[in-house]
Each structure stands twice: as C-alpha cells, then as structure tokens.
Design a protein around this ligand. Structure first.
Ligand SMILES: *Cc1c(COP(=O)(O)O)cnc(C)c1O
Ligand code: SF4
Length: 346
C-alpha cells in the first residue's frame, strides 16, 4: 500500500501544474536522459497532435528507458506519420451522432456532453485526437442547445461529461453546468469521464469534491489509467478522497501494445486501483484513429490475454473488454468481435 500523503490542494496548484506541463519533445527527452536522435520525427509527429505532459507524470517514468510504459503513451512517435488503411479521423462515427453541437446521443438512456477540448495530458492513442473540438465542443454558448435537447427528451436519465477532460473546467463553470443539469427533472445520474485524477491529482481539491457530492444527481466517475506505474501517492490520495465523498469510482483502460499488453501489467493495474476503491469498467480495444496503428494488438492476442485475466483475476477485478463500432448503439464485447467481423462490420 502506498502511504497516504494527507495533502490539501489549492485551486492554484492545478492551474500551476497545468501551466508548467512539458510541451516540447526535446525537454521531455532531456528530462529522462534519453538521446535526441529521434527528435526530428518526434517533432514532425507532434506537429499533428502536440505533446503535453504534466511534470509529476514525467516523474513517474523511469529515466533512460525509451520503452517506459508511461512515456510511450505521450511521446510523439515516427510511426504516427504513416497512414494505415482502415484508420480514420472519426473511427467511431461520432459526428453522425451529434444532434446539437457537443452532445452525442448514440446509446439509449444516456447522452454524452463534450464539455471542452482541453486535456491535462495528450495521449497518442486518443480516439478523439482528430475531433473537431472548435466546432463541436459544448463551450459556453453551446450549452444552451445541449441543455434544451436534454430537457426535451425524458428518456435520458444519465448525462456523461466528457471531452477533452471535463475536470479542466473551472469550479465556477462546472458549478453552473451541474446546476443546470440538476434542474432537468428526469436526469438521475451524473457520470464524469476523466483522466485528471490520474494525471493531475492536484485538481481534486476539497472544493471540487464538495461540488461533485453536492448535486442531487448520483455521481459516478470513470477514471482512465492504463498502467500501475501511473498510480503514485498523490493519485491514490485523490482517489480515496473521491471515494470517501460517496462518488462511485471505476476505471477504463485502453489495451496498448508495449504499454499494458501482458497479464502481469493488467493484473497489477487492477489490483492497485482496487486498493484505492476503484473497480474496473472497460478495457477498450484500440479505436482505429489515424496515427495510433502502432498501438494495435492482434485480435487473437487480445482474446488470449483476456482468457488469462479471466483465469487469474477475481470476477470483480475483471474489466469488460469492449470495442466501439461505428453505428452500433452499444460497445461490443471483445469476445463477440469475431461474430461481427463475420457479419462484415469490421
Ligand atoms: C461510450 C459511450 C457512452 C457510454 O456507454 P456505456 O456503455 O454506458 O459506458 C455513451 N455515449 C457515447 C457516445 C459513448 O461513446
Ligand atoms: S485524456 Fe482522454 S481525451 Fe484527453 S488525450 Fe488522453 S485519452 Fe484523449
């Protein structure tokens, strides 16, 4: 068990951590004592989707190791520049499911709000790395149409705040949004999808927790961690404080070649998260977004890995392996993917 840190974060701490995040590949390589030989390709890849990584996340990486599982998630790679057939800018067909700007309504009973395009970290495999946030983010002016849509459809009982990362909104904007959502009588549940507790734990201030636990909506947070090395003492502390405030915590991970594609890495991740009150939710098979093909794992390999997890993990620590399919109203269980490929959907 990682010792508790008993920290109290102020609002300015996370703003500072965000402002001082590493944005330049050379600085990242130098901080890790890595050679600069690959810098030209790295810079070219960063031109397409920029580098961004908080310094505390870099501190969790192993110096001198070019294959560090945290580094691989954020360092722009030469492979990103190669176009791969079958990979596109909108791999899960989101733009077709947006009735008003920033609101995705693909699945029954729940709708997803793109609250901002900003993230505390830029993950190279992100399926929204090419999302047209400028037109689609539910920025302040867009919330009114999204709220009106939600209010008009009483079949929607759950609102999912996504992005980008919804926890990069200031407390004031979040409070305003939650107030408007809570005023819609048929909304029961508030779900927040965020990588912030893992990459910017300073954001989990007492004020934020008060906000999230103070709404009449039942709150659940789906965090996003891919590797046990991401969970250091401040992250563990943030998770425990969220759980103690009555917020249900679950984790989604993406299965990534070279990062977490072994039974050992997956078992350690889920066991570590459970120490801090987090249960597994999804283990996503990679979405085929342009620039991420080098993270792809052979489907049979993924199925074999999952069989091993099923044999070695207690049922409550086994994530559901899924993949999103454009045009389908639910995420397809990994075990069923072969049925779908036979049907021609892959
Ligand atoms: C993934 C997703 C959801 C949530 O699906 P769950 O299976 O309930 O986690 C909702 N809306 C959209 C657009 C999604 O991509
Ligand atoms: S934090 Fe989430 S939305 Fe942001 S880049 Fe990473 S995976 Fe994408």
């Amino acid at each position: 068990m990682i010792p508790r840190t008993a920290v109290t974060w102020q609002g300015s701490d996370w703003q500072n951590a965000l402002a001082t995040a590493i944005r330049h590949p050379q600085e990242l390589l130098e901080a890790l004592n890595l050679p600069l030989s690959a810098l030209p390709q790295t810079l070219a890849a960063a031109g397409d989707f920029s580098l961004r990584v908080p310094r505390d996340y870099v501190a969790r990486m192993k110096k001198g190791d070019p294959h560090d599982p945290l580094l691989l998630q954020v360092l722009p790679a030469a492979e990103e520049l190669t176009a791969t057939p079958g990979y596109s800018a909108d791999p899960v067909g989101e733009l077709a499911a947006m009735p008003v700007p920033g609101l995705l309504h693909k699945y029954a009973g729940r709708a997803l709000l793109i609250t901002t395009g900003a993230c505390a970290i830029h993950c190279r495999y992100c399926f929204r790395r090419q999302f047209p946030y400028a037109e689609a983010a539910a920025a302040r002016t867009h919330w009114a149409p999204a709220l009106a849509y939600l209010a008009a459809d009483s079949s929607i009982g759950e609102i999912i705040l996504s992005g980008g990362d919804p926890l990069l909104l200031t407390d004031q904007r979040l409070a305003e949004l939650l107030k408007n959502l809570a005023a819609i009588p048929h909304l029961q549940r508030l779900r927040i999808h965020s990588r912030v507790p893992v990459v910017l734990p300073e954001r989990i201030t007492a004020d934020l927790i008060k906000l999230l636990s103070g709404t009449r909506l039942r709150a659940i947070m789906i965090i996003h961690s891919n590797h046990a090395n991401e969970i250091n003492a401040p992250v563990g502390d943030a998770l425990i404080r969220l759980a103690q405030a009555g917020i249900t915590l679950m984790n989604q991970a993406v299965l990534l070649k070279g990062v977490n594609d072994t039974p050992e890495a997956q078992i350690k991740l889920h066991e570590t998260l459970f120490e801090y009150g987090v249960l597994p939710y999804y283990l996503h098979l990679l979405d085929k977004v342009h620039g991420a093909a080098h993270f792809q794992i052979d489907r049979q390999q993924a199925l074999d890995l999952y069989t091993q997890l099923r044999q070695q993990l207690p049922g409550y620590l086994l994530p559901r392996m899924v993949q999103e399919q454009a045009g389908l109203p639910y995420k397809v269980p990994g075990e069923h993917l072969e049925d779908f490929s036979a049907g021609g959907l892959m």
